[in-house]
Design a protein around this ligand. Sequence first.
Ligand code: F6P
Length: 326
Amino acid sequence: MSTIKSIGILTSGGDAPGMNAAIRAVTRAAIYAGIKVYGIYHGYRGLIADEIEEFSTQNVSNIIQRGGTILKTARCKEFQTEEGRRQAYETLRRYKIDALVVIGGDGSLTGARIFGNEFSVPIVGLPGTIDNDLYGTDCTIGYDTALNTILECVDKIRDTATSHERLFFIEVMGRDAGFLALNGAIASGAEAAIIPEISTEVDQLGELIKAGFRKSKNSSIVLVAESPVTGGAMALAERVKNEYPEYDVRVTILGHLQRGGRPTAYDRILASRMGAAAIDALLDDQRNVMIGVKNDEIVYVPFSKAIKNEKPINRNLLDTLHRLSI
Ligand code: F6P
């Protein structure tokens, strides 16, 4: 019999479409199991500053289809200090919150891991980030929606790229991870993706230039993952402009629009499954684990692994992209 009678739920770090579906799932699965739920606003900052509200099933009505997070989010410097975490723990005690569900990316789960160990608080994490850069799960919540947003944008840019016979560098998010760029490139029929994972091995732009971009077509689209390692779309475009003035080069940085919008069916289902699984995990006395989905099965990934292990890019995808872009 689990001793958990009440939980707190928060979203932290960059928001991601599907976070609301996850909040809904956690809340409803908890209430279904007879567990009290507290919504914590503004991530760890709200845990420190006591921005907490008891949630009923109605608090999460009509949110499954909405992007963003109804709980708001923040990146909290104070929680990185021992004093900040102690204050957070005091809040938990005041509300008699026995366990936490944290929805967020790498940084948020790192905070959860430290806090959970320091104060013996049972914490279950849900991978919520468009970057898809958490090890141990095939996809993170928000990634599929962001990928679909990228496709919509690239399709539009292609119209003008083709009309003007231009070379476009389109920068996508990913914070040092190339999942959005690589799969976005395959799905949009782009010519290439420039990703941080292989930046130190090959001069990806150099190779493209050598190949003369797309020989058989007179417009080209290259997706670039934001990262100091790739240099970003601006820097790459400058290099081409300087060295090859014959190319008519343009840059589009998709930026934060990639984080918004209605979550896709895939993200809603993923978030719903993971949210319900978070409650199962807590009832099963799991601690310091992230919920993942691998080969369509729910898995528990220790925080240490989810955070520390690099999630590898599937290199076959690079080959597929290369072969299909002739
Ligand atoms: O981690 C999610 C993410 O959207 C990254 O892809 C991006 O680098 C970063 O957050 C942007 O953060 P902010 O919203 O603080 O500018």
